[in-house]
Design a protein around this ligand. Structure first.
Ligand SMILES: Cc1cc2nc3c(=O)[nH]c(=O)nc-3n(C[C@H](O)[C@H](O)[C@H](O)COP(=O)(O)OP(=O)(O)OC[C@H]3O[C@@H](n4cnc5c(N)ncnc54)[C@H](O)[C@@H]3O)c2cc1C
Ligand SMILES: NC(=O)c1ccc[n+]([C@@H]2O[C@H](COP(=O)([O-])OP(=O)(O)OC[C@H]3O[C@@H](n4cnc5c(N)ncnc54)[C@H](OP(=O)(O)O)[C@@H]3O)[C@@H](O)[C@H]2O)c1
Length: 456
C-alpha cells in the first residue's frame, strides 16, 4: 500500500502522528505543514524555559524528521496559504493537529483592563513567540495575582518568582529576562476556586516551590474544605497536602524576598482599578457535589487582593479552521476515533484530527502520542480499505507552487540552520539557546548557507 499524508501542525500531536505512520511498514510519505518557520508547537512556545529536561522530547521528533519520506514545510498557514480543499485533493489524508492557540475567558467585569492578561499571552511572550514578543507587562506593583490551579498557573508563577540569576541559564528570551530583572513584585497569589484536593497541578510541580532560592511558599491550612472531603479524597490528595502543609503559615514573619501564597476556595468576580487592574475581588466558595466531582459554589462573602498584574490561567482554547467542522462549545474539531465528523455525525472523508484540537487543551506531551497513534490507525485502516482517493500529481504541483511562491517556505535544513544559530548565540551567554523571535529573522537565518552540523 502507498499513500501520502499531510499533517497540519508540528507540535507533539503532529510529530507523533508522523511517527506512527512512518513506522507502520507501509510505503507512505508524510508532509508536516507548520504556520511558523520553526517546529515543535508548545514544546518550544509553552513548556517553561526552566524545564529544559522536558524539551529533550524534541530529539524524538528530530528522529522522526530524519526519515527519508518525511518533509517539514514551515511558514505555511493551512487555511490561508493553502486551502483545505487543495490539501484534500493533493493528499490521501489530511490530519489536523493545530493545537489550542487561544485562551478561555473568565467572563467577569474588568477582565480586559490593562494589567489583566491571559497566561497564554504571558507564556508566549517569555517564550519568544513572534506574535507576542512585543507585548508588554507592567511588573512595577509589588503584588501579582494568578487565577487558576493548573500546571500553567504554576509555570507562570515560577517565572515571576524566580530571580534573574536563577533564570539566566534557562532558554527564557532575552527581552523577557530584561523586564523580569526590573520586576518589583514581592508577593504572588495563586488563587483556585476549589480546594487543594481538587487542584489540577501536579505534585512534582508544586514540590518545586519548596526549594526555589529566595522564594517562600505560603499556605493557610484553614483553606482546606475538610468538611466537604471524603476519606478517599483525603487519601488521594495526601501527598499534595503534605507538601502544602510544609509551606509557611501566612502569619509567620517573612523569610524571603518573594512570597508565593497558595490560596483556595476563591473565585474571581471582578477586576477593578482606575484605568488599569489594581485589585481582584473574589467570592469565597464552598464545595458541593459528589466525591471527586466537587463544584465550587460562590457564597456572598468577598475578599480583595491588591494586584497590579493579573494573569488568568484558566485553560487554553482551540480555534476553528476555515471550512472545517468545529464544536464551538468545546473548542475542538468533532471526531470519532480521530476521523473528523460533520454536524450530522457523518465522517468527512480523508480528514482526521489529533492532539489538543481533537481532545481539548489538557494532557501532557506524552498524552498526544496515544491520541495521534489512534488517529494514524484510522488513516491506515481507511487506506487499506481503499476508502481514500487523490490525484498523485496534485501533491507535487502544490509543493512546487508553495516553494516558488512569494512567501519563503522553510524545510528541515532551514530549521536546522535556525536551530544552530540559536544554540550558538545562546552558548555565548551560557544558555541552551537564544531564540530568534521575529519571522523575518528566522527566514533570513533559514536561508543562510551554513554547513550542516557535523554528526557525532
Ligand atoms: C504553557 C504550557 C506549558 C506546558 N508544559 C508542559 C510540560 O512541561 N510537560 C508536558 O508534558 N506538557 C506540557 N504542556 C502540554 C503540551 O505542551 C501539550 O500537551 C502539547 O503541546 C499539545 O500538542 P499539540 O500538537 O496538540 O498542540 P501544539 O503543541 O500547540 O502544536 C500545534 C501546532 O500547530 C501549528 N498550527 C496551528 N494552526 C496552524 C495552521 N493553520 N497551519 C499550520 N500550522 C498550524 C502551531 O503553530 C503549532 O506549532 C504544556 C502546555 C502549555 C500550554
Ligand atoms: N509541567 C507539566 O507537566 C505541565 C506544565 C504546563 C501545562 N501542562 C498541562 O497542560 C494542560 C493545560 O494546563 P492548564 O493549567 O492550562 O489547564 P488545567 O489543568 O485545565 O487547569 C485550569 C485551571 O483553571 C481553573 N478554572 C477554569 N475556569 C475557571 C474559572 N472560570 N474561574 C476560576 N478558575 C477556573 C480550573 O479550576 P477547576 O478545576 O475548578 O475547573 C483549573 O484549576 C494540563 O493538562 C497540564 O497538566 C503540564
Amino acid at each position: 500500500m502507498t499513500g501520502s499524508i499531510a499533517i497540519i501542525g508540528s507540535g507533539p500531536a503532529g510529530f507523533y502522528a508522523a511517527e506512527a505512520l512512518l513506522n507502520s511498514g507501509e510505503a507512505l510519505c508524510v508532509d508536516i505543514f507548520e504556520r511558523l518557520p520553526v517546529p515543535f508547537g508548545l514544546v518550544r512556545y509553552g513548556v517553561a524555559p526552566d524545564h529544559q529536561k522536558l524539551k529533550r522530547v524534541t530529539a524524538v521528533f528530530e528522529t522522526v524528521a530524519a526519515h527519508p519520506d518525511f518533509s517539514f514545510i514551515g511558514n505555511v498557514t493551512a487555511g490561508r496559504d493553502v486551502s483545505f480543499e487543495e490539501l484534500g485533493a493533493a493528499y490521501d489524508a489530511v490530519i489536523l493537529a493545530t493545537g489550542a492557540i487561544s485562551d478561555r475567558k473568565l467572563g467577569i467585569p474588568g477582565e480586559s483592563l490593562p494589567g489583566s492578561h491571559s497566561a497564554t499571552e504571558f507564556v508566549s511572550w517569555y517564550n519568544g513567540h513572534p506574535e507576542f514578543r512585543d507585548h508588554s507587562f507592567d511588573l512595577s506593583h509589588p503584588c501579582a495575582a494568578i487565577i487558576g490551579n493548573g500546571n500553567v498557573a504554576l509555570d507562570v508563577c515560577r517565572i515571576l518568582a524566580k530571580t534573574p540569576e536563577d533564570l539566566a541559564s534557562s532558554d527564557i528570551c532575552d527581552h523577557a529576562l530584561k523586564v523580569l530583572s526590573d520586576s518589583c513584585i514581592t508577593d504572588i497569589v495563586v488563587a483556585g476556586r476549589r480546594g487543594p484536593l481538587q487542584a489540577s497541578f501536579s505534585i512534582r510541580e508544586l514540590r518545586e516551590f519548596a526549594a526555589i532560592p529566595g522564594v517562600e511558599a505560603v499556605f493557610d491550612p484553614a483553606e482546606i474544605d475538610e468538611a466537604s472531603a471524603s476519606p478517599d479524597e483525603m487519601d488521594a490528595a495526601a501527598r499534595m497536602l503534605t507538601i502544602l502543609k510544609g509551606f509557611s503559615h501566612p502569619d509567620e514573619p517573612r523569610k524571603a524576598a518573594r512570597r508565593v501564597h497558595f490560596r483556595f476556595l476563591l473565585s474571581p468576580s471582578r477586576i477593578e482599578g482606575e484605568g488599569r487592574a489594581e485589585r481582584v475581588v473574589l467570592s469565597r466558595c464552598k464545595l458541593e457535589g459528589e466525591a471527586f466531582a466537587r463544584r465550587a459554589v460562590a457564597t456572598e462573602a468577598e475578599t480583595e487582593l491588591s494586584a497590579g498584574l493579573v494573569l488568568r490561567s484558566v485553560g487554553y482554547r482551540g480555534t476553528p479552521l476555515p471550512g472545517v467542522p468545529f464544536d464551538d462549545a468545546k473548542g475542538v474539531i468533532p471526531s470519532r476515533e480521530g476521523r473528523v465528523i460533520d454536524r450530522d455525525g457523518e465522517t468527512v472523508s480523508g480528514l482526521y484530527t489529533a492532539g489538543w484540537i481533537r481532545r481539548g487543551p489538557s494532557g501532557i506531551i506524552g498524552t498526544n502520542r496515544e491520541c495521534a497513534a489512534e488517529t494514524a490507525e484510522a488513516v491506515l485502516a481507511d487506506l487499506r480499505a481503499d476508502r481514500l482517493t487523490r490525484d498523485p500529481s496534485l501533491r507535487s504541483r502544490l509543493l512546487s507552487r508553495l516553494q516558488t511562491g512569494a512567501a519563503q517556505t522553510v524545510n528541515l535544513a532551514g530549521w536546522h540552520r535556525i536551530d544552530q544559530m540559536e544554540q550558538t548565540v545562546g552558548a555565548a551567554q551560557g544558555k541552551p539557546r537564544e531564540k530568534i523571535t521575529s519571522v523575518a529573522e528566522m527566514l533570513a537565518a533559514a536561508a543562510v548557507n551554513m554547513p550542516e552540523p557535523a554528526l557525532p
